[in-house]
Every structure is written in C-alpha cells, then in structure tokens.
Design a protein around this ligand. Structure first.
Ligand code: SF4
Length: 366
C-alpha cells in the first residue's frame, strides 16, 4: 500500500501512472495486474487527492466501481477524524483531530476580513518545552506524516467544498523544522497547483530556529515566509524561556536569518514583568532593525507555566510605541478565540486534564 497523500503531487501522479500501467507502485494490492485503464485516468485521479478531495475512493463515483475498489486496496486515503470543534464569539474556530493511532492534534481557523488563516500542527506534542506554551507541557509524542499535516487542510475542504484557507501558518503543535522531511513535502502539497494551490507568500513556517533545517528551507526556491519565535531579546532571557537556546544560540540564529534573503517576522509573546520592559524593547529593536524584520507582538495565552501572566494592555502599547520610535515595523496582535482555548496545545491539554477553561482565567485584550 502507498500513502499517496504523503507524496508530493508529482510523485503521486507518477505512482498512479505506474500502477495504472501495471507497475509496482501499489505492491501487494493488485499491482502489476495490467489494469488496462485509459491514459486519461491519471488526470481524473490526481484531483481527487487534494483539489476536489474524495473522502474515500468509494466516494469517487465518476470512476468505475472495480477501479474504485482496486484503488482503495492499493492507495487507501487516510483521514483525520474530527474529535471536537469549538467556535469562538470572534469567529475563530478550533479543531481537535484524532489520528489513526489515537493521538490528537489541533488546527485553528482564524477569519479576518477576506482572509481565512489556518494554523496547523506539525508534530504531536513538542520536545522543546518553552515555558509559556501549552504544547510544550505535553512533551513530544511523535512527528506527523505529510498526509497528516496537509490533511488538516484536506479535512476542511472535505467539510466544505472550496473552503481552502487563504493563508497557512505552521504555528500549531510542534516545531516544524524538527520534522523537516514531512514539512518539506507538506509545503509542496500546500503550494503546488495540483495540491491546494496556496501561494508560497501566504504560507508561513514558524520556528524557534533549528539551524540545519532552516538552511534547507532557505534553499527552496518558493517564497515561503519565515517567522522566528524569538520571545526574548537577549540570549540570557531566551535561555530561561526557551531551552532550545542551549543548542541553537540567539546570535547564530540571527546570523542564519540574515542569509534567508526574505523578510522575516519576529514573534514575541509579551509576558508581564518578564520580557515587556522598555529596555527590552530597545534590545529587541537592535535585533529587528538590521534584519528589516516585522515584529509581531502577541498576548500571552493561558496554558503554559502557571506563574506567567500576560502583560497589561498599557504596557503592551508602550512596548509597541517604543519599537515604532526605533523605526521597527510592529503589529500588536489581538488575542483570538480566548473563549475557546485557542492557543496551540491548549485544547488537548485541557481535554486531557478534563477541565473546562473558565473565562476569568483569560486576560482580555481588545
Ligand atoms: S512554542 Fe513551539 S517550539 Fe516552543 S514548546 Fe510550544 S510548540 Fe514547541
């Protein structure tokens, strides 16, 4: 059996063409049987993977019944099962997907004007243990397959035909650059015209700065966007908040960004009394300015270390103003989905803990 949905569209096309011609792609499931299918079949089959996805080959009723059952045996189409969904008052929608082995991952759909941004997961859990992150508390379970990463988009389109998100951000559970092979393939599926056809500039990979895979991403010719989870302007504070600093030190990561040849975004979660002073804004400006980076200031969501609190609103505004005074382009993001546990990993952690999030636990940021 071959997992077509974990191949790039070109590789999936080649595997199907080979199988239709009686080759070995579907070894063990009717391969080489000389299907004697017309040559146009492959152009009928590939769109059923991502463009007009079929939930199963049985549902592709434009194909002969015998071919459908042979396809089901040779190329089963794996699905994510929707375990639960939550819709926020602000329109943010969170999905908890069950995987075939019983693990669970999350995606968050954030509508904003004409944009529909889907925040997707790349791993089950995460090994990196950033102190402010709910996923980090969970620890690492396993990498996702490319089909499980791109499958988060596929399932949305299966729920509603044509509902391809306009933007994708790899900011859900996991560190995408620690699962590079699958993320590399998933990026192709998301962007390819025979995949979901989402423009590379509308796809953002967010990383703490895993240097070897960052170099691989930089080599790709498409203009995928990069966001660095920075969260601290000095190596010392970053070390306290993000244990990865031990392995990939801030100066090396910043140096790698200078070689990225594309504009990067610096993600910075504002944590009360930790990283939100004006002196720290000055330090952050020193990093952002030479890079020409956009700084995204994010309110802290609940779910990480219990002793951390979000910055107060006036402090956030002062921090933003200070960066602007330094000539840094900065956006202060609103919290989205506060009534539905929309931070990455939060829903799963909370379901596992079998407790509900009380609205008063959340800081309110307008
Ligand atoms: S912030 Fe990202 S890298 Fe850090 S623990 Fe959470 S998921 Fe992992």
């Amino acid at each position: 059996m071959t997992d077509l949905l974990s191949l790039t569209p070109d590789a999936a096309r080649a595997a199907l063409a080979d199988w239709l011609a009686g080759g070995a792609a579907g070894a063990g499931a009717g391969a080489g049987a000389g299907h004697a299918e017309p040559g146009y079949r492959v152009t009928q089959l590939v769109p059923r993977l991502w463009q007009r996805p079929a939930g199963s080959w049985e549902e592709a009723t434009d194909l002969p019944a015998a071919l459908r059952s042979q396809l089901a045996a040779a190329f089963p189409l794996g699905r994510l099962t929707l375990a639960t969904t939550q819709l926020s008052r602000d329109g943010t929608e969170k999905f908890l997907w069950k995987l075939a082995d019983g693990e669970a991952i999350e995606s968050v759909l954030i509508p904003e004007g004409k944009r529909r941004t889907l925040c997707i997961s790349s791993q089950v859990g995460c090994a990196l243990g950033c102190v402010f992150c709910a996923t980090g508390r969970m620890g690492f379970r396993r990498n996702l397959r490319a089909s499980e990463i791109a499958g988060q988009v596929r399932e949305l389109v299966l729920r509603e035909a044509g509902a391809v998100p306009t933007n994708i951000v790899f900011m859900g559970m996991g560190e995408p650059l620690l699962n590079w092979d699958a993320v590399d393939t998933a990026l192709t599926i998301l962007n390819h015209r025979d995949g979901f056809g989402i423009g590379a500039r509308h796809i953002t990979v967010s990383t703490v700065g895993i240097l070897p895979s960052l170099a691989q991403l930089a080599k790709r010719p498409e203009q995928f966007r990069l966001a660095l989870s920075l969260h601290a302007p000095t190596a010392q504070l970053r070390h306290e908040l993000m244990p990865i600093e031990k392995k990939y030190a801030l100066p090396d990561v910043i140096q790698a960004l200078t070689q990225f040849r594309r504009r990067v975004t610096l993600e910075y979660v504002l944590i009360g009394g930790k990283n939100d002073s004006l002196a720290q804004a000055d330090e952050l400006a020193k990093l952002a300015r030479p890079l020409g980076a956009l700084v995204n200031l994010l309110p802290l969501h609940p779910g990480g270390a219990p002793d951390l609190t979000p910055s107060a609103r006036p402090r956030m505004l002062a921090f933003e103003r200070r960066l602007k005074r330094h000539g840094v382009e900065v956006v202060l993001r609103r919290s989205r989905g506060l009534d539905i546990s929309a931070a990455c990993g939060q829903l799963r952690v909370e379901l596992e803990a079998r407790r509900k999030v009380r609205p008063q636990e959340h800081a309110r940021v307008e």
